[in-house]
Design a binder for this molecule. Structure first.
Ligand code: OOG
Ligand code: MG
Length: 257
């Protein structure tokens, strides 16, 4: 049996991102299962590397109930981050470069010494050099921001851009820190780091395990986004967005008008 056209599907998704043009969902029609969807994601990353981008880390998706409920998919997923997706803290993004951008508050880890594949993160403080508040800008390439599990995996879990605030040493407890997402100075979402798999540190264990299944090993110096603590909100032109994480500080971005 001939399987789905992995590179052809990656090209469709890559072009949709490059031209900020939504496409219809494609997993059902092309017979894409979860494994084939991760193969598409890898091909999509290769396309970016061929265009001169560099892999700088991984991101988790749907590690909180709020996110699962918002998109109607209830499996933890992971995606890839490149240098071109990084926006400096306080930087400006052009919403017109995206299809229907949304922003969400996250916790980022700067990876240090990673355990061997298959080994759990024994001492988190050894595995992680620093932690920071972050904002992820997600932009599903599918029309109406609607997708199935393999669709969203193939689409690199809607990854589009990210902002990381100042790094700090890992504090004693990360499991119940208050999280706010502010838009134009008003609170748009309220949550807690407890929403991220009970403790964002668990997201790292999951990331190592799930990416390991596809032969991807996390590396020292990589950024790791643990997943949003709250639902995402649409990014409107001119908006000023700030994520605040108790003890860790803030990360912000502005959308040009
Ligand atoms: C999928 C990506 C989810 C998160 O932090 O949960 C994600 C989506 O919502 O489009 O990045
Ligand atoms: Mg996210």
């Amino acid at each position: 049996m001939i399987g789905p056209d992995i590179v052809g599907i990656a090209d469709k998704l890559g072009t949709a991102a490059d031209t900020a043009t939504a496409i219809p969902q494609l997993a059902a029609e092309t017979g894409l299962d979860v494994d084939a969807a991760y193969a598409v994601q890898a091909a999509l990353l290769q396309r970016r590397v061929d265009a001169g981008q560099r892999l700088v880390g991984l991101k988790m998706g749907l590690t909180s109930r709020a996110k699962m409920a918002q998109v109607g998919v209830d499996e933890v997923i992971w995606g890839r981050l490149t240098d071109a997706m990084r926006v400096p803290d306080g930087g400006v993004v052009d919403p017109a470069a995206f299809i229907h951008p949304r922003v969400e508050p996250e916790v980022a880890f700067l990876l240090d010494r990673l355990p061997e594949p298959g080994e759990p993160v024994g001492d988190f403080a050894d595995a992680v050099r620093a932690v920071a508040p972050a904002i992820e800008l997600i932009d599903s390439r599918y029309a109406d921001f609607r997708f199935s599990l393999p669709d969203v995996i193939a689409d690199n879990t809607s990854a589009a851009a990210f902002v990381i605030g100042a790094w700090s040493p890992v504090p004693a407890g990360l499991d119940n820190l208050g999280v706010l997402l502010e838009v134009d100075g008003r609170v748009a979402q309220v949550g807690s780091t407890a929403a991220i798999l009970g403790d964002p540190r668990r997201a790292l264990d999951e990331g190592i395990r799930l990416a390991g299944r596809h032969g991807v090993r996390l590396e020292s110096g990589w950024v790791f986004l643990a997943g949003a603590a709250t639902a995402a909100v649409p990014l409107r032109p001119g908006a000023h967005v700030r994520a605040v994480v108790e003890k860790l500080g803030t990360a912000s971005l502005r959308a040009s008008s």
